[in-house]
Design a protein around this ligand. Structure first.
Ligand code: CUA
Length: 156
């Protein structure tokens, strides 16, 4: 079989590009420490409401100006809702879901998580200014998805 010279070049070029592409993908996916959540962050989705800390959802003070906000994202609510947080507080959000994948986006901040059943998803944010923040579910989770939101009020 005769392959035209230029065709051969393009074939080789294509294969090299594919190699580069797969290498970049492999490196960006795993080399930067972007591993799936560790075992320590796992939870049985069927027992969320009986498993600490999700058996007591809410804002828990852990130090001076430091809090943990334990939240359950469930079709189609966030529990607890309408949380009040003192201004200046450093808050670590711990969120999980007992049913399907939800989103946890704190609008106007970099806090944006995918809430995956079986995992405890967490991020920390410091509220330097008073005001109201909207928490939105930004993963389609069913018929009530568009109603799934709550508010955080940061008070002086
Ligand atoms: Cu929960 Cu969309």
């Amino acid at each position: 079989m005769h392959i035209h010279k230029l065709e051969k070049y393009w074939l080789v070029f294509g294969i090299i590009l594919l190699g580069v592409f797969l290498t970049v993908l492999g490196i960006s996916a795993f080399a930067a420490g972007n591993q799936p959540a560790s075992d320590a962050d796992l939870i049985d989705p069927a027992k969320v409401h009986q498993t600490a800390p999700f058996d007591k959802p809410g804002l828990h003070k852990i130090d001076d100006n430091e809090y943990e906000l334990v939240m359950v994202a469930q079709a189609f609510t966030f529990t607890p809702g309408n949380v009040e947080i003192p201004k200046g507080a450093k808050v670590t959000f711990l969120v999980t879901s007992p049913d399907v994948v939800h989103g946890f986006q704190l609008t106007g901040t970099p806090v944006n998580m995918m809430v995956v059943p079986g995992h405890i998803n967490s991020l920390t944010y410091t509220f330097d200014e008073a005001g109201e923040f909207l928490i939105l579910c930004n993963e389609y989770c069913g018929t009530g998805h568009h109603m799934m939101s709550t508010k955080i009020k940061v008070v002086d």
